[in-house]
Design a protein around this ligand. Structure first.
Ligand SMILES: Nc1ncnc2c1ncn2[C@@H]1O[C@H](COP(=O)(O)OP(=O)(O)O)[C@@H](O)[C@H]1O
Ligand SMILES: [Mg+2]
Length: 249
């Protein structure tokens, strides 16, 4: 995927790529493992070394099918590794610099939407150990949600649309806030928003938040939000400074 980096992807494109890697592969794996188990059960009904020709044929075909299912599972595993979701590609990263890039990237879109974008970095943040590409992806998902939540807010007389991205040193970790002055998340759907494929948008993938949360958790961090209806939402992404706890430093 690094070969394609000279082509400037759109924010939507990046979100889509991450969503495909995280969500689609996961969705394909479940029915595949059901097929795997079912084929193994069928194999018990058609054991190898059957007497009759029909039994031998069926056994051979089942073995071949099982091999193909296994192969598909391997391809998906490889893709997940390739996409960097499963194995983190950790390096020493200046989180503020990364967020500077992400906010710079979405600035034209914010301007176009009449959204006031501000970035407040905590300069005391040390260099961290994270997967830069994935952290970018997670924050971008949150920023796009904030932006989309405020779309059309301009004309409604309720005041300015503001998007604030902020970093802070918090204990042994970094805390990133993505704050919007959008409509907030109504009480009834506050759990649902984490569900894969849950979306209230006409063309939403429903993968932005689950993907961002998984990326945070794979770093040993987490993603939560605070929200107030008609006031706005604050998504809080936490990352440990030294990478996932189970990884050697
Ligand atoms: N900042 C936000 N303000 C209000 N609602 C939000 C915000 N972020 C996410 N949501 C809600 O959570 C849902 C799921 O978000 P997400 O997983 O990113 O999928 P998508 O953006 O494709 O709908 C959104 O459809 C929206 O209803
Ligand atoms: Mg989204």
């Amino acid at each position: 995927m690094s070969d394609a980096s000279h082509r400037t992807p759109t924010a939507k494109g990046l979100e889509f790529l991450g969503a495909v890697a995280g969500g689609l592969v996961h969705e394909i794996r479940n029915p595949l493992s059901t097929m795997n188990v079912t084929l193994q059960l069928l194999q018990e009904d058609w054991p190898e070394g059957a007497e009759d020709a029909r039994g031998q044929r069926s056994s051979r075909r089942l073995t071949s099918l099982l091999g193909e299912v296994k192969r598909l599972e391997e391809i998906l595993d490889d893709f997940l590794r390739y996409a960097g979701i499963r194995r983190l590609n950790l390096s020493r990263v200046d989180l503020n610099r990364v967020l500077e890039e992400v906010t710079g990237f979405v600035l034209p879109e914010c301007t176009r939407a009449g959204v006031d974008l501000a970035f407040y970095p905590d300069r005391s943040l040390p260099i961290m150990r994270v997967d830069e590409r994935l952290v970018k992806q997670a924050v971008l998902n949150l920023i796009l949600n904030a932006l989309q939540a405020m779309e059309g807010k301009e004309g409604d007389g309720r005041g300015e649309a503001q998007l604030i991205v902020r970093t802070r040193l918090e204990g042994e970790g970094a805390r990133i806030d993505v704050i919007d002055t959008g409509p907030g998340i109504p009480e009834g759907i506050r759990e649902k928003v984490w569900e894969v494929y849950y979306s209230r948008k006409k063309t939403g993938s429903g993968l932005g938040l689950p993907t961002a949360r998984r990326i945070a958790e794979e770093h040993g961090g987490g993603l939560t939000f605070e929200t107030e209806v008609d006031k706005g939402t604050d998504f809080i992404l936490r990352l440990p400074l030294t990478g996932p706890p189970d990884e050697p430093a």
